[in-house]
Structure formats: structure tokens, C-alpha cells
Design a protein around this ligand. Sequence first.
Ligand code: GDP
Ligand code: IMO
Ligand code: MG
Length: 422
Amino acid sequence: MNTVITGLQWGDEGKGKIVDYLTETADVVIRGQGGNNAGHTVIAKGTKYVLHLLPSGILWDNKINVIGNGVVLDPIGLVSEISRIESQGISITPEKLLISDRAHVVLPFHKELDAAREISLGDQKIGTTKRGIGPTYADKINRCGIRMADLLNRPFAEAQITKRTLEVNEILSKFELPTFTPEQVISETFAAFERLASHVTNTIPILHKAWKDGKSLLFEGAQGTLLDIDFGTYPFVTSSNTTAGGSTTGTGLPPTAIQEVIGVCKAYTTRVGSGPFPTGDEGLSDYLHNLGREFGATTGRPRGCGWLDTVLLRFACMVNGVTGLAVTNLDGLDEYEELKICVAYDVDGSRHDLPPADRSAWDRATPIYVSLPGWKQDTTSCTTYDDLPPNAKAYLKKFSELCGAPITFVGVGPDRVQTIKV
Ligand code: GDP
Ligand code: IMO
Ligand code: MG
């Protein structure tokens, strides 16, 4: 069984935890999009690991982890992540981690361009992670990017990097931002690339062989559907297809290789960065932040929190072809008296069951809620669906009906073992 794990909200749904949990029965874990804007937290055997570019299967021995062609890879960021994870006792060998030679490289100036663009947007800024993701994908689409394979041919890479650095310097100068010398970009990039070179390979035939040999493949999504460049709350999105389709274009495995799409979503909604958030709720945000929850793994920013929004989830289930929902953080609602679920939006008096494309409509969207009683009971030690309080089961039933997909996993705590298989 080959399975896509995809985020159904604005990221941080708990994809890393679900991927780690499912890796036990998988052979290969593959990232196909995004970069180190992702922050996936996994807690296993009492240790917390935060992963940005490394697939969440890396914590298990004898599993192959692949960074696919659709990922934008910051060599400096990846090397520091590898040393951090290695210092936590996890070995990262070329047999265990494969990097696609087609993956595009995030260069130091991409991060500066990301910052420059945010400055120029003023109060319309996207609130990016400033990891250079947008500018690297822009160079890829604009056909002036550098790929991992290019770095294997140093003279060629040096010429390409020099050309692009000089072009980018013109833009940076306009913003009175520091410019780069080509030598600096080349030396910083190659210093990091040295650690990575032995991992770089043509991952596509390797993945196809694994598929043909009947190995179990797990595709790890980054970000979430509402951050997808096509389906998200544009322009407040990231720069890749975060939805299930990104798993094929970003890995070289075809749609026919996939049997199952698990959509990961929180039992409520969160979002970090700018953009519309109809069900955002200050009371719920304060409540969860006071519990020490909902701070970003990549930037440490507090995440905005709000009620469950099934307008978004219904759409996300459609565009991803979700076959099962993994609902995480149910325990976050344990103490709440009354829970609201958004079933539709009212926009200027008309009802919307799906999110609008018109960005101005988002500002006028008022959620239409139903309310359900809370369960006021600790769920963190529940190990089966039957252990859950009746009101929690009623909440999940309504959740599933409104989204039109069955619930297959429920998360009741951050630890690997706090995952209930339904
Ligand atoms: P990802 O980016 O989708 O992998 O999600 P993040 O790791 O950025 O954010 C999810 C947060 O929720 C992390 O702090 C996880 O440790 C935590 N988490 C995941 N599932 C659960 C759950 O079921 N209960 C609790 N309490 N925390 C969870
Ligand atoms: P994971 O994989 C939550 C958000 C940023 C910003 C927008 C664009 O951990 O779920 P970018 O740096 O990508 O250009 O920023 O996307 N964002 C995320 N929010 N989780 C993520 O990843 C995110 N990656 C990007 O906050 O709003
Ligand atoms: Mg995250």
C-alpha cells in the first residue's frame, strides 16, 4: 500500500507525527515539495525531534528516506539539520538518505530576496518563513535555477551561480540590502554541499524499483492545502503544490503508484503568517497558548487558532482525494465547555459550502457555526476509539460527516504512541 500524507489546513496539522507513526510499516519515506519552511515535530521514546528537510521516516532504522526532485533544498540548512539530528543519536548515511539530483538549490541570496519582497509588500506581506522558498521556486519556473546535479559539476555550477548572483545583486541594491559576491555564494554553498554530495543521486529509478518490488511507499507532504499555490488562500500561500498531486510531480512516481491519501488535520484550525482566517478566535488562541501549545516549529511564532472549519476541509478532501482523515490534537479541546464547527460561510447573504477564489470575498466571509457540547475529560491516555468520551466521538462523527471522509487516525497527544487507529 502506497500512501500520501497531506496537510488539509494551513500547515502544522501534525503530518510529521503521522508519518513517523506510519513509517514502522513502510519501507521508503519521500518528501516531494517545499523546503525548510516546513517544521515537523516528532516525539518518540521521550525525545523531541524537529525536522525541516529530512523526511520524518529518518528516525527509524533500516528505512530509506528520499528528498525528491520537487523539493527546494538549502544545503546550509540541511547540513545543520543533519548535525543536529545526528547529535540526537540518529545516523544519517547515504544508504538511508537519498537526495534527488533534480532538486533545486536554495542559495544564500534567495533568502535575502525573500526578505526584500516581504519588505516591499509592507502591511500586505505574506509572513513567509524567510527561508528563500518563493524566490527559489520562482527561479525554477523562470528557468534560471541551480539544481543539485549542477553542483556535481563544479565549474559549470560556479559559472551559473556567478551569473545569477550578479543579476540578483541589482535587485538587492534597489532595496539597499546587502549584496553578495559570487565567490561568497560559491564558497558557502560548496562548503555545505561537501557533506551532501554522497547522498545525491538519480532517485527516480530507485523509487520505481522500490515500487515495482512491492515496497511500501509513504509520501510526506509539507505545508497544507490552504497554502497550496493553486488551491490555497492566494496570495497568502507557499510556492509549491502542497496537495496530493505534488507527491507525483515532486518524486517522479506516477498517480497510479498511489492507493491511499491520508489527510491530516487538527481537531481545530491554526494558521501562522498573514492571510484570511474566518474561524480565527482570540479566546481559543489564548487558551491554547496558555497551555504552551501552538508555537511554530520553524520560526517560533505563535500560531493563530480558531474553530474547526469544514468549508476548508470539504474542499481539501476533494482536491486531495482523501481516503481517510487523521485528526490530531483532539486533546487540545479536552477542557472546553462548548465547541463550534463552521459548516459554511455567509458572504453578503449567500451561503458558501466551499472556499471562494475571490480574495476580497474572504474578508466578508462570516462563518456559520453549529455547536456541540465538549467532553471535559482527559483523552491523552486513550488508546482505542472506544476509550474516547461519548461527546468526543460525537464531535468526530460530525467532523467526518461534514468533510465527507472517514476518520482513520486520532491523535490524543504529541508522542508517537498517542495515536489511535480507528
Ligand atoms: P506538521 O508540520 O504538520 O508536522 O506539524 P507540526 O509538528 O509543525 O505541528 C504539530 C504540533 O502538534 C507539534 O507540536 C506536534 O508535536 C503536536 N502534535 C501532533 N499531534 C498531536 C496530538 O494529537 N496531540 C497533541 N497534544 N499534540 C500533537
Ligand atoms: P509545515 O510543513 C505552517 C506559511 C508561512 C507563510 C506562507 C508562505 O510545518 O506544515 P513560505 O516561507 O513558504 O514562503 O511562507 O506559508 N508556511 C507554513 N505554515 N506550516 C508550514 O509547514 C509552513 N510553511 C510555510 O507562515 O504564511
Ligand atoms: Mg509544521
